[in-house]
Design a protein around this ligand. Sequence first.
Ligand SMILES: [Mn+2]
Length: 249
Amino acid sequence: MSGDGVVAHNRRTYFAENVDQTRTYLNIEYCYTPIEDAYHQLFDAAQEEYNAKQKRKDRRIENYYEKICNGDQEKPFYEVIFQVGNKDDMAAAGENGELAKTILDKFYHSFLERNPQLHVYSAHLHMDEATPHIHIDFIPFTTGSKRGLSTRVSLKQALADQGITGEGRSLTERDLWVQKEKEALAAIMLEHGIEWEQKGEHKEHLSVLEFKRENVKRKLRNWSRPLILSSRSRFPFRPWSRSKPNPCH
Ligand SMILES: [Mn+2]
């Protein structure tokens, strides 16, 4: 899906077949700024300052967003999707749908507090698909940079500014960040009586999570087996690679 496709899905300007349009009014649009505008807000001052210092005209940056899109250094934005449960245990239209919405709503607000270096320009909670989930689109940035723009796009540096550094290829800063966010989500779930049991080893425990609801055992009598909370496919951390359609256009 290209950037335009993401926007159309998240904002419901395009309805895919799996969307129940009678429930779309239950969705929440927390924010939406076209990405070009978000780039202007974040980087215009640094771009002007940078250009003022350039003696050679060809070193000037006319459009930072286009420059990032056309370069190989950084992705222009990232999208993460968070979900509690699955369609069998947390169906959007079922008895736990509202609970999932409450948890995701709290999680979204805490996400903003935890991640000051990730500029969220688009965020949507979807209640009109099988399971409630939230799409968060962000531009990772760092300030006070010595080279290039003083404020510039950098996922690695943005996470480092937030105190998250990786340990080589086996454990990247983004792995650590995803784990931290999942733990934050788990903590909010726990406040609502849903416990996470992490299973397996290595990265597996990041993707297969089970839960039991302590406070509503009565309702759970017919749930005879552990329930899968979040699967790999529903917890994507999507950088927009150049092999995909260019999200800038
Ligand atoms: Mn969706």
